[in-house]
Design a protein around this ligand. Sequence first.
Ligand code: NAD
Ligand code: GLY
Length: 364
Amino acid sequence: MRVVEVNLGKRSYQIFVERGSIEHVGRCVADYGFRGRCFLITNETVGQIYARLVEQSLAEEGFTVKTIEVEDSERVKSLSAVEHLYREAYNFGLDRSSPVIALGGGVVGDLSGFMAATYMRGLPFFQVPTSLLAQVDSSVGGKVAVNYFVKNLIGCFYQPRAVIIDPATLDSLPAREFRAGMGEVIKYGVIWDAEFFGFLDTNSDKIKNLDPVSVEKIICRACEIKSEIVSRDEMDYGIRGILNLGHTFGHALEAAGGFEGIKHGEAVAAGICIAARISVMLGLLSEKDEASIKGLVKKYGLPFSIPGKINCDYLVEVMTKDKKNKGGLISVILPTTIGRVEYIELKPEEIGHLLRKTMFLNEG
Ligand code: NAD
Ligand code: GLY
């Protein structure tokens, strides 16, 4: 078993990465001293594959488990779904020492975490992420939220007690979801670690074929990088912002597709390439590094440009509403070399101009 530490003082926790650990979730939760009732939140897809195993392991440790299967959709990150969970928790008789366990991708994790953070002012929370994106990003760092008008508008920081990652769960993940998760994995190489970027390049065939050693390596390295960044800036006032490389453009692409057409990780991958192109146009990144970034994104079958049918003015309009902007300027993160990024603030009209040029230069 590999263990990654998240150092946050009293809120520190560990990320356990081990094949087969899904069968030992009960023992792990019991090791933290919890007993009695617990809540297992999953969705209809993941629940069908893994809920019985997790329930059994919890029952073996003497837990009385209530499993809730929510809809498999981004739509479930809603206040009405949280209210449903509160009602179930109340009827089941959860108390302040009852663990809440999230079993699923980022949607289940964000929703369950928000419920756990707010019910009775906070219940112990455990993440059992099963999508690549959740294993390398959303289960770590304590951002929990539901959507309200826009994505993640209502939320808070609420760290889990532990994250239990079983890389073998990726065997059942649809290939497109795995690719989308790779968008976030590539991000870590671009923002932080040129050597890791090289590893992703050299070992792409093994990773795409789910070679256990390579997959475990990328999960652990991604978690280490995220943990390092979150430990320095838990509340996202500074350096944590670099985790948003590709997200400003990516969110705009997601919004343009009504959040249905393009997956989050795919939008992030395209967003990273757009950021790289703009960085070259501003003289901050070499053409060679841009080619390496775009080449890696392409290698993993991810989108690397703005789809032709998308209206640039609409993208800029979405970007002007980003939570991170100040004083009418749009804040973006741009790569300056592989492993390093910089914050830049640009006027909406400058972004519009650069995006139009980016689209013009797309060679497919
Ligand atoms: P998701 O939770 O919708 O999962 C993707 C799909 O894969 C779903 O259909 C799910 O049922 C299925 N799935 C998951 N694991 C599976 C498995 N092992 N086998 C078979 N099917 C499986 O999407 P996601 O990409 O995991 O997460 C996206 C969400 O995460 C978004 O809501 C995003 O806002 C959020 N997010 C949060 C953070 C954070 O820091 N909290 C960071 C990034 C993204
Ligand atoms: N996914 C970005 C963050 O956790 O800050």
